[in-house]
Design a protein around this ligand. Sequence first.
Ligand code: FES
Length: 87
Amino acid sequence: MADDNNSTEVVVCLGSSCFARGNSQNLAVVEEYLLHHGMQNSVRVTGCLCQDECKRGPNMVVGGEHHHEMDPARLREILLALSSGTS
Ligand code: FES
């Protein structure tokens, strides 16, 4: 079993504003990317409630780094960088 301490965490804000403004799609992008790159065991995806930063959303935290106004293109770039560091 993978050691959770070694896994990177992706936290997707699932509050209504972030979810409606793009995180529903961003979440699908993350799950598809991890599946296609065999990263399900090295990246843990979780959700969170509203972080009171709706104006800057959709918000997401990847590996402890906060990202705002996330869109699928930028998200794929971030995941690509992540995949080169977690193999
Ligand atoms: S819904 Fe994401 S910060 Fe408010």
